[in-house]
Design a protein around this ligand. Structure first.
Ligand code: ZN
Length: 408
């Protein structure tokens, strides 16, 4: 039998283990302290003990200190399988933490006890991100059990704190651990479509800004005695919206294919109709194609503020609430090509590189110049009540990971 057939057979025979591991992991709710939990410690222990009992010999735990949890640490786990050629490593990164179940009455079953029905497993975390955790574990174990060596080292990385900022997870590991090499590949099985055709390779840069316009409050019948901050702020918001004409490039891998500059939140000013407001506060959410320099956008914004100040006699300050710049993984990067082949081999569909609006952990790795693709075959039930993972998808994703690691 060919290597790949032996590995596929091993994965097909692992269904009982998939269900029992999903059940054990779901029973240890890894909620961050922000969500009222004690972090990933108990769940990480269940996983490391399982790995030790199931062929894995190279397991490393990196504890990141966090005083807010009883154990004092947020664990990140690496489980490694040796490869024939260690010039680069194939990393599969999934996260241990979950989000709370939300309104309990919306769940048909206890969110922390896995229920199997119609080829699906139900429970909080079974898809986000245990489909990735368990699929990668089954793919790696198939190599260990069959004695087949992947082309390159295969390293499973199970991180903490993905749902609430990644300070105790991947951000810490990038900064402190020197684990990653510039030629390494990163698959993040934590996002995708039901047919498995979406390869997320790029994100727009995110820019959230609060604009504060200050004028002089006065009676509405005597406007010349004050300076109307609302009027000046309204002029500013229109000018800012016109940034879409300056930054009008498009990139078809994104949907929508253009940069967006949207006014969103507007804070209340005076409570009565006959007062001219001296203060105006609004916010913008801007998603900028990665081909543009965010610093240049910021300079244009300051210039628009200056022009409105001069015209109305107001003072305008702005605070950057969030600024995340993003470097894309090229749509024709070797990892993308290999993953497309692997997906085609297993699922018989052609996957397409896409860009999204921004805000995933992929950006942290891409910004370090590391090739990173977010992919899985999921119905995207993450964070919903009655979250589920389809067993066929879990086994299929494990096979895609195995093909990627074998690199036939
Ligand atoms: Zn997730």
């Amino acid at each position: 039998m060919k290597d790949l057939d032996r590995i596929f057979k091993e994965i097909d025979n692992s269904t009982e283990d998939i269900i029992s591991l999903q059940t054990m992991l779901t029973a240890e709710p890894a909620l961050s302290p922000e969500n009222g939990g004690q972090g990933e410690y108990a769940k990480a222990r269940v996983l490391t003990q399982w790995l030790e009992k199931n062929e894995f010999t190279d397991i490393r735990v990196i504890d990141v200190p966090d005083k807010r949890v009883e154990t004092g640490v947020r664990p990140n786990i690496i489980a490694a399988v040796e490869g024939q050629d260690s010039s680069r490593t194939c990393w599969i990164m999934s996260h241990l933490d979950i989000v709370p179940p939300g309104e309990k009455s919306l769940w048909k079953n206890d969110p922390y006890s896995v229920v199997e029905k119609d080829g699906k497993l139900f429970g909080r975390g079974v898809e986000d991100n245990q489909q990735g955790v368990v699929a990668s574990v089954m793919a790696a174990r198939a190599f260990l059990k069959t004695g087949i060596t992947p082309k390159h080292p295969l390293k499973l990385l199970f991180v903490a704190d993905e749902e609430t900022g990644s300070d105790f997870g991947i951000k810490y590991l990038i900064k402190e651990s020197r684990l990653f090499d510039k030629d390494d590949w990163f698959l993040i099985p934590d996002g995708g479509r039901s047919d498995g055709t979406m390869l997320e390779v790029a994100e727009k840069s995110i820019l959230w800004i609060k604009f504060h316009t200050q004028g002089v409050q006065c009676h509405a019948s005597m406007p010349e005695q004050g300076v109307n901050a609302f009027l000046a702020g309204s002029d500013l918001v229109l000018r800012l919206s016109s940034l879409k004409e300056t930054y009008d490039g498009d990139d078809p891998i994104f949907d929508p294919p253009v940069s967006t500059f949207m006014p969103t939140r507007k804070d209340a000013n005076v409570p009565n109709i006959n007062t001219i407001p001296g203060d105006d506060v609004f916010f913008m959410d801007m998603r900028i194609l990665p081909s543009y320099d965010v610093e240049r956008v910021l300079k244009d914004i300051r210039r628009m503020c200056d022009a409105v100040e001069n015209r109305y006699g107001v003072t305008i300050s702005f605070d950057i609430i969030q600024k995340v710049e993003s470097v894309p993984t090229p749509a024709d990067a070797p990892l993308v090509i290999s993953l497309q082949k692997a997906i085609d081999h297993v699922y018989r569909v052609s996957a397409r590189p896409v860009g999204i609006g921004g805000g995933t952990v992929g950006a942290f790795l891409r910004n370090e110049g590391l090739e990173t693709v977010v992919w899985s075959r999921i119905d995207e039930t993450a964070h919903m009540p009655n979250e589920y993972s389809i067993l066929d998808n879990l086994r299929g994703d494990a096979k895609v990971m195995a093909v990627l690691a074998l690199d036939p």
